[in-house]
Design a protein around this ligand. Structure first.
Ligand code: CMP
Length: 138
């Protein structure tokens, strides 16, 4: 099934000049970039994006880590893009990260894990709309 998903290259990765490497990794693995922008998130923007985690102990430090430096947001398209991209990212838990995945290669910690990806069709829709208007997706 052809799907779209949202990718964020997080501040820990943009700060270390990993944007090009991560985009190349995605393109080499059959994910097409359909929309792309760089932006400095505001605190309310980061809080709104991660609203489902509000109240969890990692929420505040997560929001702070997301506004430390610019992020790159992208819409990726491909066959089963949502699960395919999540497999390429690797697990959130560092102990469960598969070798050669983006987080295995680049993540610094549990929180500073270099990339975000939508976890379901519903969240992909919400997250894509959070950052892009229809005519920005080409
Ligand atoms: P992400 O895929 O962007 O979704 C939520 C983020 O919260 C996750 O990546 C991590 O950056 C962070 N996160 C989730 N769980 C924890 C945790 N237990 N401790 C620290 N950070 C977490």
């Amino acid at each position: 099934m052809l799907q779209q998903t949202l990718c964020i290259i997080k501040p820990d990765a943009t700060h270390r000049h990993l944007i090009g490497e991560i985009l190349a990794y995605l393109e080499k693995n059959d994910l097409a970039i359909k929309a792309l922008k760089m932006l400095q998130l505001t605190k309310p923007q980061a809080e709104g994006f991660y609203a489902e985690h509000q109240g969890k102990p990692f929420f505040e430090p997560l929001v702070e880590s997301m506004i430390k430096a610019p992020v790159v947001v992208a819409v990726l398209e491909g066959e089963n893009a949502i699960s395919h991209y999540r497999n390429l990212m690797g697990a959130t838990d560092p102990e469960k990260r598969e070798k050669g995945t983006i987080r295995d290669l680049y993540a610094l910690s549990y929180r500073e894990n270099s990339v975000h990806g939508s976890d379901s069709e519903d969240s992909a829709k919400r997250e894509i709309t959070y950052f892009f208007t229809k005519n920005e997706i080409v």
